[in-house]
Design a protein around this ligand. Sequence first.
Ligand SMILES: Nc1nc2c(c(=O)[nH]1)N[C@H]1C(S)=C(S)[C@@H](COP(=O)(O)OP(=O)(O)OC[C@H]3O[C@@H](n4cnc5c(=O)[nH]c(N)nc54)[C@H](O)[C@@H]3O)O[C@H]1N2
Ligand SMILES: Nc1nc2c(c(=O)[nH]1)N[C@H]1C(S)=C(S)[C@@H](COP(=O)(O)OP(=O)(O)OC[C@H]3O[C@@H](n4cnc5c(=O)[nH]c(N)nc54)[C@H](O)[C@@H]3O)O[C@H]1N2
Ligand code: SF4
Ligand SMILES: [Mo]
Length: 750
Amino acid sequence: MAEWKPTACILCECNCGIEVQLGGESGRELTLIKGDRNHPVSQGYACEKAQRLNYYQNNNARVTSPLRRREDGSYEEIDWDTAISEVAERLAAVRDTHGGDKIFYYGGGGQGNHLPGAYSRATQNALGIKFRSNALAQEKTGEFWVNGKMFGAATRGDFEHCEVAIFLGKNPWQSHSIPRARVTLREIQKDPKRSMVVIDPKRSETADIADFHMAVRPGRDAWLLAAILGVIVQDDLVDEDWLAEHATDQEEVVGMLREVPVDEYAETSGVSAQMIRDVAHRIAEAESVAVFEDLGVQQNRHSTLVSYLNRLIWVLTGNFGKKGSHYIPSPFVSLIGDQRQNGDAPRKKRVSPVAGARIITGLVPGNVIAEEILTDHPDRYRAMIVESGNPAHSLADSQRMKKALEALDFLVVIDVAMTETARLADYILPTPTQYEKWEATFFNFDFPKNCFHLRRPLLDPPPNVLTEPEIHARLVEALGAMPEEEVAKLNDALAQGRTQFGLAFMAAMQKPELEQVFPVALYRSLGPTLPDGAASASVLWGAAVMCFMRYPESVRRAGFNNGDELFDAVLASPSGLIFSVDDDDESWNRIGISNGKINVAIPELYNEINELVSETPPGADSDYPFMLSAGERRSFTANTIFRNPEWRKKDRVGALRISPSDASELGLDEGDLARVTTKRAAVEVPVEITDRMQSGHVSLPNGLGIDYSGVDLEASPIGIAPNDLTASEDRDWLAGTPWHKTVPANVEAV
Ligand SMILES: Nc1nc2c(c(=O)[nH]1)N[C@H]1C(S)=C(S)[C@@H](COP(=O)(O)OP(=O)(O)OC[C@H]3O[C@@H](n4cnc5c(=O)[nH]c(N)nc54)[C@H](O)[C@@H]3O)O[C@H]1N2
Ligand SMILES: Nc1nc2c(c(=O)[nH]1)N[C@H]1C(S)=C(S)[C@@H](COP(=O)(O)OP(=O)(O)OC[C@H]3O[C@@H](n4cnc5c(=O)[nH]c(N)nc54)[C@H](O)[C@@H]3O)O[C@H]1N2
Ligand code: SF4
Ligand SMILES: [Mo]
């Protein structure tokens, strides 16, 4: 019997624990996969996509040697010493001639691997990099900004316990994002005392089992949420006593909501005023309400405003800081820095150097990156490091983004595969897959018990790839920025034990030359002493110490008396462990606003609220009578993590979904080719006719149009790359997040 080895699925932010058996001729195939019952959060749960992970591990798009681009665009294999020294030299040349702020860093991790981002900080600092971004800045930054203003912290909903669950532009049946999504959804559906509300133009699989499906017209959520809030205020459903105790500065916005013309906004939104009233009353009566907002609104019109209106709904009805409502999690490592520093503390507004776009949680909006490069502005980005991201495919306006990447003086890509982005790189630095190395994600948002999972390698990597920590350590060394003397002192301290090491490390952190590159200094000192070759985990020692400092009581309740104990437990828990245990009201201690209360006022958004009444809602362009959702999560989509299209059991080509009435009007039968035209491009794609879609709304899946042809062959994409159809200027005015879910389009039969 082959051994079951624990690891995790890397296809969405749930990172369900799985167990894998290896087999096949090489012994390197992931032949059997099942949910891991020992994983503290997923508890044996896994969806159908995890079964296909062998297509990630074994495929012929893999890059297995460092590559350097020749003049003619082809690649030659080079050795690592050459690769590291030439990459370091080229980056240093840009820094020395133009300044480190002209080098841009993109990525740092996808759905399964966040250790690269932690180590890359050292390379970024060694080069003086000031501007960076990743996928969060094309979905979540509006939400982060609103959370910063209202809570000074990130918030999440408790769907396991809520009486009313609301999914706003979110289809958890397919996209998950909450633990054991389908089990949790079924539990809500089955319990007559609980209700589910789905706000989605499409009758999604989640909407199928909802009590209320609010089939909003695409892009009109702001009017719908304003109408729900109008009812809450006008029907006196506000929880005044709770607000008086827990919040401040609600008067002005409540006054504005009192004026909302509910029936008129209902009409605009496409949802009946009766359903809006029913839902508003259901929310107000409930013991607890939890809302999950996601791409349907975050990649859409008024996205930052909608994040605010969403929070007003649950704050005005008292749904924070109690079981079944919203909480502030205790991430093992924060992906977005310490939001407490946001809150109401004075801080300087940062903007990007060329477009002047607002930088939120340190991230430049994905939609402005091309414009920051394709210009003769003296502050333009001239070089880029892309690590574990595929911006040539994932960011808006692919053709423009590709031009921008080509216009750079220098591009280096750190990836496992020959991606659309890698194809444009001067150098490609290949890494082990996530099943060939120690890896982890920082998507740790569970509550009241929170889990962290350090995964062990299942397989040895091929001989000529290097882990990201090793790449960053070598780059920092080649740049002459490794503080060798300090590292030697740390090694001396280590010889006397971890306690000595901890003290020496804290002392060394006072020295900027170490502090700037501490992840790789840890890797070079603590790394080699860790058991089973777990050097890549060394940065987690620092993380565990910080985590204990930030949440000492929570970590103690989980059974660990200091950061060292926590770190050792992480190393010794191949299926993950609970590192933080809280009471349901712990969130109140985590609010980052100085008076400890929720700040309800965001005056920056009041104009946008007031102008809704006179604004022409989206969807009125006669040249483009359809609203295209470009990038829908389906049963077999997973961003661009899988390159071999055979991983998709169904819907290999990624059909255009269209309603029966639109199809018959256009003379389209199932499987016929349709031409979809947006202001950027025209493409041809077969249709799937489904009564899930409302008339005027069509959708294409995410992650299609992937070039899967191996390193040396011509490109041969299958399906439509959604961002060939999107435009980078179509974005939120405040957060810069894209409007991918409502791309004006025309559809015709071919
Ligand atoms: N199967 C699968 N699961 C995934 C992923 C994947 O690639 N495949 N990716 C993961 C990632 S990175 C993310 S960020 C999440 C995203 O997860 P979701 O946000 O749930 O994914 P989407 O399907 O893009 O969008 C959700 C819903 O928004 C709806 N929508 C479209 N237009 C509008 C609108 O105008 N208003 C409203 N209210 N809704 C609208 C769509 O019909 C869709 O059902 O999924 C994660 N899970
Ligand atoms: N139009 C439209 N565009 C969208 C979306 C949409 O709905 N519509 N969704 C958006 C969303 S929500 C997201 S999150 C983004 C995702 O877009 P990106 O963040 O750009 O990334 P992924 O497609 O997840 O690609 C991850 C990359 O990591 C590489 N990789 C895998 N394992 C490793 C590893 O161990 N090490 C390294 N170094 N690399 C590795 C993969 O080969 C791949 O190139 O796409 C976005 N783009
Ligand atoms: S829910 Fe997400 S992490 Fe879990 S098995 Fe499915 S795709 Fe993988
Ligand atoms: Mo995402």
